[in-house]
Design a protein around this ligand. Structure first.
Ligand SMILES: Cc1cc2nc3c(=O)[nH]c(=O)nc-3n(C[C@H](O)[C@H](O)[C@H](O)COP(=O)(O)O)c2cc1C
Length: 181
């Protein structure tokens, strides 16, 4: 199963369209895909417990009782991941940052035992404004993959100027997550 994580409050915007394109590509390759919307699930921000570390350090779990732990557990079984964010201030949306921050705290110190170790991840930054900040957003997401021991596969910036062409690219790249050797 391939998971597609989206992170825009706009359920019919550019990010959502990117999510549907990724799902098409995965299904065309004969695999199951599922879209998980971090905004609908209201994933919260890290509390920065203790002196900087909480139960994330040794127990690899977060104390906040929202959908995070269930999602963390689901990542064990996925074959690959697509992360899709709107570009806000040249970065990921706050919801995606919340999720990535908390997962990194719980998993990155496991090294090669990280829940995403060795798994391919497609990174998509959807910039609906000027397009400025698309590259910095993708750079940040790629760094996160490295901390997680995941394998960044494609880095795709989408702007309103070439929306349809880039949706086709997302579809192909999601298919290639499965079919490319
Ligand atoms: C707080 C905020 C910051 C934004 N910053 C940028 C930006 O740095 N660059 C850009 O091209 N668009 C920026 N935008 C526009 C979003 O990328 C655009 O609305 C995008 O399409 C959002 O995706 P959506 O259609 O899924 O909502 C920003 C939007 C918001 C709400």
């Amino acid at each position: 199963m391939y998971l597609i994580i989206t992170s825009s409050p706009n359920t019919d915007g550019l990010t959502a369209a990117c999510g549907r394109a990724a799902l098409r590509g995965i299904e065309q390759a004969g695999k199951t895909g599922e879209i998980f919307d971090l905004c609908a699930n209201k994933i919260q921000a890290c509390l920065v417990c203790g002196n900087g570390w909480g139960s994330c350090l040794d127990e690899h779990r977060c104390v906040i009782e929202d959908g995070f732990t269930a999602l963390q557990t689901r990542l064990k079984d996925i074959e690959g991941l697509v992360l899709i964010t709107p570009v806000y201030w040249g970065q990921q949306s706050e919801r995606l940052k919340y999720f990535c921050d908390r997962l990194r705290r719980c998993e990155a110190r496991k090294g090669d035992e990280s829940i995403l170790a060795g798994k391919k991840v497609n990174l998509v930054a959807a910039a609906g404004g000027t397009g400025n900040g698309t590259v910095s957003c993708l750079t940040d997401m790629e760094l996160w993959c490295r901390h997680m021991r995941a394998v960044p596969f494609e880095r795709i910036g989408v702007t309103k100027y070439t929306r349809e062409a880039m949706l086709a690219v997302i579809e192909r790249a999601s298919n290639a997550l499965i079919t490319a050797s």
